[in-house]
Design a binder for this molecule. Sequence first.
Ligand code: MN
Length: 265
Amino acid sequence: MRPGISLLFALGRPLREALSVLPKLVELGAEVVELVDEGLHSLNMRRLRLVRKALSEHELEVTIHAPFVDLNIGSPHEPTRRFMLKRLLRSLGAASYLEASAWVFHPGLLTGISHFYPGVEWRQNMRSVRELAEKAEELGVRVFIENGMEPVPFLLKKVEDFKRFFSELGDDLNVGLALDIAHAFLCGQVSDFIRSFSNRIGHIHIHDNDGKTDLHLGLGSGKLNWREALRELWLVGYRGPVVVESVERALESLELLSSFTSTLR
Ligand SMILES: [Mn+2]
């Protein structure tokens, strides 16, 4: 497993400043750094050059978290969905420019009119995923859909949702699962996810919470047994990135994570 950290914890600071912590992250054992394509870190050309330069000084693997604010790839309003997809396709281009090893995106959401048109968001979501996956293939970027969490109306948050999703998607398109262990914990399905999708999981997010709210706490600050979850993943053969997505005590969490994963080697 390759320990890593998302720059989510530094999203309140300009990207240049956030990137200045890279040496510290490497020192704490990070092998992977995840950029969040949002807010002050939105990947325009200027910031992409900044990132490329910062990365050239380290032996870090880079992954990208797709934009997610105000986006719904399951939107029933076609012109709106197209507009949102444009933003995501631009982000895929950024991932390709940085030669990112993964691009992680959120599933679509139910809307205020779901009751009148059952299934419409699901169909739109499938359509968007196909378009994104096709573009990703063209660009040579590997894409991963992340499991959502209660109580947000994500279309995909439970094991059952993902079983349906992967069976409808078929095998011609390459879409992996980015398992957010803390989100799975909010659904009470950490082990279920690991057991059901050991062949689909290619990316991991890890943070902590109280079992009720998506708090993005530091590891050990909530109720999640993160070590046990990682051990389970190890036992089913998972050897990919494990990215700390804590907002509080992020660096401390990275340190805990890397010292734990080194015991698994
Ligand atoms: Mn996550």
